[in-house]
Write a protein that binds this ligand. Structure first.
Ligand SMILES: [Zn+2]
Length: 359
């Protein structure tokens, strides 16, 4: 069987890049820790991905998880200070630049579809900059322009906490993602500015009303870089059928989140989650949205993976399970790579066409 080349819609590996020191975990060296580094990417035929910069509190809160009779609830995270967020994002940006420099051409910052294709041909790994949560951006949106100039091409308006632009969805199971108010006026301005710059807007972690505010305003295809189907696993992080339909109808894409607690119908945080369960989840999304609208958004280094995939080097086992499940080679290539590139082409400034949307 031919190797299927993969592009991934989401990982949190930037968080360990920031702590880089020559004796520690290095993205350029194979590790058994976490899920992603360059050697494991190459073993898994992973050609590139969206790398998420993100902001975190000085100290992560403890005891914020409550197990309920049929699921769980996580205490809603507090908002973060913009200045604190800016320092973290600046640090992450320089860590990424440092990594690219140390890679001697093996990793490239990609800001266009052309860059990703060129990297693929020349066997370099394509890193696309994403930011998960817009805390570091202030109301004047100037920092968004700075980030765009630094290569940012994808933005999640919120993580699962509130900020000045909107309200992230709290983690809970089973529960509707309709958990609170939608975007603020500043959030609506941010959507427009992203459209103008050709920055992809990621609806992952938004609550349902925020999702519909983006859908009403944005002129680009709707994209969830890492999420799953609420009809299969009713966690707040997953998207309802109506939301999936809206993504489909704008020629957008959902990146399948491999987080076991969002894949499994029972929502359990259990890595003993078979590839059959993963493939059945993909089948649901494809039956609802079509093979052109479903891709991968692994959440490597940010979630618990199914044991049989384990890390980026295990991606060929997922592809093989899909093949055994009846996906043909064309459908596999769309899921693994082509769907992301189509949506980037429609969204990023160069090849962008306006999508008319009257709903
Ligand atoms: Zn996330």
């Amino acid at each position: 069987m031919d190797n299927v080349c993969v592009f991934d819609g989401h990982n949190d590996s930037v968080l360990f890049m920031v702590d880089y020191e020559p004796t520690g975990r290095d993205f350029l060296a194979r590790s058994e820790e976490g899920h992603l580094d360059l050697p494991r990417a190459l073993e898994g035929h992973l050609a590139g991905g969206l790398f998420a910069m993100s902001t975190h509190p000085e100290r992560e809160p403890e005891d914020d998880l409550t197990i309920t009779s049929n699921g769980y609830e996580v205490r809603y995270a507090d908002a973060l200070e913009p200045a604190h967020a800016r320092r973290q994002i600046d640090g992450q940006l320089s860590a990424i630049k440092g990594l690219i420099k140390r890679s001697n051409g093996r990793i490239r910052l990609a800001t266009s579809v052309k860059d990703i294709k060129a990297a693929q041909i020349e066997a370099a790994f394509a890193l696309v900059l994403h930011m998960e949560g817009a805390e570091a951006i202030e109301p004047d949106l100037e920092y968004l322009d700075t980030l765009y100039d630094a290569g940012l091409r994808s933005l999640g308006i919120v993580w699962s906490r509130p900020n000045i632009f909107g309200y992230g969805v709290p983690f809970a199971y089973p529960r509707s993602p309709d958990t609170g108010p939608g975007l603020t006026d500043l959030g609506k301005n941010l959507v427009k500015r992203c459209n103008d710059l050709g920055i992809m807007i990621d609806v992952s972690h938004l609550n349902e009303r925020g999702f519909w505010d983006v859908a009403a305003l944005s002129t680009a295809p709707l994209v969830a870089t890492h999420a799953c189907a609420h009809a299969v696993c009713p966690s707040t992080r997953n998207l309802t059928d109506r939301q999936l339909d809206a993504i489909r109808d704008t020629d957008g894409v959902i990146g399948l989140n491999l987080a076991v607690n969002d894949i499994r119908p029972d929502g359990h945080l259990d890595d003993d989650t078979s590839l059959d369960v993963v493939v059945r989840h993909i089948e649901y999304l494809v039956s609802r949205m079509g093979a052109d609208k479903v891709a991968l958004g692994s959440d490597f280094d940010g979630a618990v993976m199914p044991r049989q995939i384990k890390d980026a080097s295990g991606l060929p086992r997922l592809i093989e399970a899909m093949r055994k499940g009846g996906f043909d080679e064309l459908a596999l290539r769309k899921f693994a790579f082509d769907n992301w590139l189509r949506v980037f082409g429609l969204t990023w400034a160069d090849g962008r066409i306006a999508v008319s949307r009257q709903s």
